[in-house]
Design a protein around this ligand. Structure first.
Ligand code: 4AD
Ligand code: MG
Length: 461
């Protein structure tokens, strides 16, 4: 396999012939020489190519090269005369692989991120989206490393499911019924027993319930897959399709899983910082000055811990005027979460033991009867990045919760069964992958940290 540009630039010494292929970020032509910057996406830096007149037969090709052209270049790797890079390529052969039409939209000037969203097919070639993609990749690898090194089994949880894992009804239906005239039962309701899966099916909102199945046979598992929510939230932190990492551990309680979440985030941040210094230099300079200090601080400092009760008390004492008034029992809104993380503790914090009425049916009910063993990890700038809990492993308490909430009991029969056959305390959490990438990179909008964002009204690319 041919070297990538990142591998060429990482060579120990100059000298020797190399061949590089990619797309031109810039092409500057003067009378005697052309300077090309070639990028193949493998690293932040492109390869500087100097094409001088001795090129003979290739001179004509070079003269017409413009930003966006796909080219293959061969030549000698030499020490660079210019600033910023060690090596450059002295071209001896240049081939135009794919030309660009004159209306190529990514010319030199900087574009807004919003404009780039309308160019989902090209924006990966820009500095920002290029860096985001590499950071996502590094984070993905670090996540697998973290769990694999600790004996977790990677579970491939299903994407199509019959059960609502969060009990919140925010699901996309999966159906092959004729939308215009579906079969109907005597009561006039759509007869999903004639549908593809013989039942009403949806895209999963979380792999948790299946992760619980696997944790009760394999003890420590994690999922890492796409999840889907049809909540109509047009915010900078919500996607309709996002990736979630969900570890689940048998013989585990809330405080142990809170410790795991902290260790996990810290390791993730340091691994990704180490893997992608070039991209982080860019995010620090161009996207979010101070980012590197913030991340270093997060890695070095213990996370704050507080109960929901304490969080409410702090918010009440804060003297802030929030859009959503604070009282015990409310679901913490983003403004509350951010006040706590950004203003109050100035670092990540883990809030535990939320009121049971605002949390999902599967959470372990505390002895006080009004709170559950839930945890959220809140970070400055983003708010919630992790949601988790100790699970209700007592059959009767769980059944009562399902009934209390009016959930379709028959759908959860196997979930209840697990509480009858060797049930053990277990716990887990879900990390929103895009939220954590937002936090790491300082990117303001979640639509710019996923290559193909799905949000209300938009799924083109
Ligand atoms: O807090 P959530 O809803 O928790 C669960 O789904 C649990 N089943 C996880 C578990 O215990 N195994 O979602 C987990 C995380 C949130 O903290 C947030 O980071 C992210 O998923 N998230 C979203 N990210 C982007 N867009 C959305 N619409 C999101 N909804 C949740
Ligand atoms: Mg949550």
């Amino acid at each position: 396999m041919q070297e990538t540009i990142a591998q060429i630039l990482a060579r120990e010494s100059a000298g020797g012939q190399v061949c590089a292929r990619g797309w031109l970020r810039t092409a500057r032509h003067s009378k005697n020489v052309s300077f090309l910057e070639l990028s193949d996406g493998s690293g932040f830096a492109g390869l500087q190519v100097v094409a001088s007149p001795e090129l003979g037969e290739y001179e004509e090709v070079v003269r017409h090269l413009a930003t966006g052209c796909a080219v293959a270049v061969e030549g000698a790797l030499v020490e660079s005369q210019g600033k910023g890079q060690r090596w450059e390529l002295q071209a001896s052969r240049v081939e135009l692989v794919g030309g660009v039409d004159d209306d190529y939209p990514l010319q030199k000037k900087r574009h807004t991120l919003e404009f780039l969203r309308s160019l989902g097919h090209l924006r990966g070639r820009t500095n920002t989206l290029g860096a985001v993609l590499r950071v996502r990749n590094a984070a993905s690898r670090a996540i697998h490393d973290f769990f694999q090194e600790r004996g977790f089994i990677h579970l491939h949880s299903p994407i199509v499911t019959l059960s609502d894992a969060e009990g919140a009804g925010e699901m996309f239906r999966v159906s092959t019924l004729d939308a215009a005239s579906p079969p109907r039962g005597e009561d006039g309701a759509v007869d999903f027993s004639q549908d593809f899966f013989g039942s009403e099916a949806h895209l999963t909102v979380s792999g948790q319930l299946e992760a619980e199945i696997a944790a009760l046979s394999h003890s420590r598992v994690y999922t890492f897959g796409p999840t889907f929510r049809s909540e109509n939230s047009n915010t900078t932190r919500h996607l309709a399709e996002f990736w979630m990492v969900e570890p689940e551990l048998a013989f585990c309680d809330l405080s142990q899983v809170a410790e795991l979440a902290e260790e996990f985030l810290k390791e993730l941040f340091s691994a990704v910082l180490e893997a992608r210094p070039d991209d982080f230099e860019f995010f620090e300079k161009r996207i979010s000055p101070g980012l590197l200090d913030t991340l270093a601080h997060v890695v070095d400092t213990p996370f704050e811990r507080m109960s929901y009760d304490e969080a409410i008390a702090i918010l009440e004492r804060s003297g802030q005027s929030f859009e959503f008034p604070v009282e015990w029992g409310i679901d913490l809104q983003s403004e509350h979460e951010r006040y706590l993380a950004e203003e109050h503790v100035k670092r990540p914090l883990v809030v535990t033991d939320y009121p049971k009425d605002i949390k999902a049916f599967y959470m372990y009910v505390n002895d006080d009867g009004r709170t559950v063993r839930a945890l959220d990890v809140l970070v400055p700038g983003v708010g919630e990045i992790i949601g988790g809990s100790q699970r209700e492993h007592r059959h009767d308490v769980l059944l009562e919760r399902i009934r209390e909430l009016g959930l379709p009991e028959e759908q959860y029969w196997w979930y209840l069964d697990l509480r009858r056959y060797g049930s053990v305390p277990h716990a887990g959490f879900g990390l929103g992958f895009e939220r954590v990438i937002q936090f790491m990179t300082g990117m303001a909008n979640i639509r710019d940290v996923i290559p193909f964002p799905r949000v209300p009204g938009s799924a083109e690319f």
